[in-house]
Design a protein around this ligand. Sequence first.
Ligand code: IMP
Length: 422
Amino acid sequence: MENTIIIGLQWGDEGKGKIVDLLAPKYDVFVRFGGGANAGHTVRFEDKHFALHLLPSGVIHPNKICILGNGMVIDPFALISEIENLRIQGIKIDGNLFISEKAHIVLPQFQILDKLRERGNISIGTTGKGIGPAYENKCSRLGIRAGDLLYERTLKEKLKNLLEPINFLIKNYYREEEISIDTIYSNLLNIADKIKNYLVDVSALINSFMGFEKKILFEGAQGTLLDVDHGTYPYVTSSNCTVGGAFTGAGISHKKVKKVIGVVKAYTTRVGKGPFPTEISQPLSDKIRNRGNEFGTTTGRPRRVGWIDLVGLKYAIDLNGVDEIALTKLDVLDEISDIQICTKYRERGTEIYSFPSQFEILERLVPEYEILSGWLCPSTGIKTFEELPRQAQKYVEFLEENLKVPIKIISTGPRREETIFK
Ligand code: IMP
């Protein structure tokens, strides 16, 4: 049994897409289990760039099966346009894509509401893709599931129950224009035709693949510190991006998974608002952002940049039961003379080694650092650990010793071959 879960251990954008892409030849089935079109990554393959938001990265590999789990919230219009764009680029998506009939549908009203809420007192800096409202409506039991698109008559009734109060809010509280339920209904009926052939009971399908010894890779989206329960609440997304999300979001047993790979960037980034203890100020942040091309794939926003944070990483490793780490973007630190590593926090004179739950504490604590001298020479494209500059090796060894998890993959550039397997 080789089934594996890949999870981001920071605030997303750790470079999970490249790691999935590297491991893809070993797996048969690729499953997304949470989030929606808030995720985004560019996968490079034979000099082509593919922008993915909803589909798993495995989709660009020939003869692989791709699954969107029940834990996802899916904008059907965005999904069809993603599929059509990939088709234009020569990627075949027929017979190999399956979507859970239990996944919830993101409606245009959710995106409107998501953006309107950002004008309020607490702005999260969301992607504006309607993710929060979609999960809210799932929990309120008024949501529309992908399977509902097949039942024309009851769909209308469900849409009314869901959207009448939302339209009321948009019109009377936010004083914005509502979208008529009839318009949504007819648009959904049109798109339903394009989606219905993909709909299945995903849990049963994955379990039957497991019965046939197919190797399955569960692709986490976002990152541990954005998890709605365990992240820096309320500055989080609305799904469980930790391993538990894979079990509920794909409908499989924890006993069927052999390994958890945690993806960690050699420094830290965060998009949107919220506490970020190791955040770096300008001009150094600009230097790292530009070298690492740290701009959001979904929204184009510049990512905030910080040092690596061992307190946050140990918390993420424990939460997810991480077996091994893939360290990405090591080469982005090539020109940094002093590299800082946060090993603990100090709060009102007391040392803290655990990750606080309250954002008020996270905002005021002071990170304490070990400083390692940088390597100040190119490491881009290096393929063996032995060839890395000695100081870069020391950085990796320091992380490994402190995190107590083996670092098995080191990425030294965006291309597949720019990778070290330890
Ligand atoms: P939402 O998921 O759009 O509701 O956004 C909530 C928070 O999660 C915001 O700070 C977003 O920037 C962040 N976020 C959501 N998806 C991603 C992602 O894929 N990478 C990094 N940050 C994300």
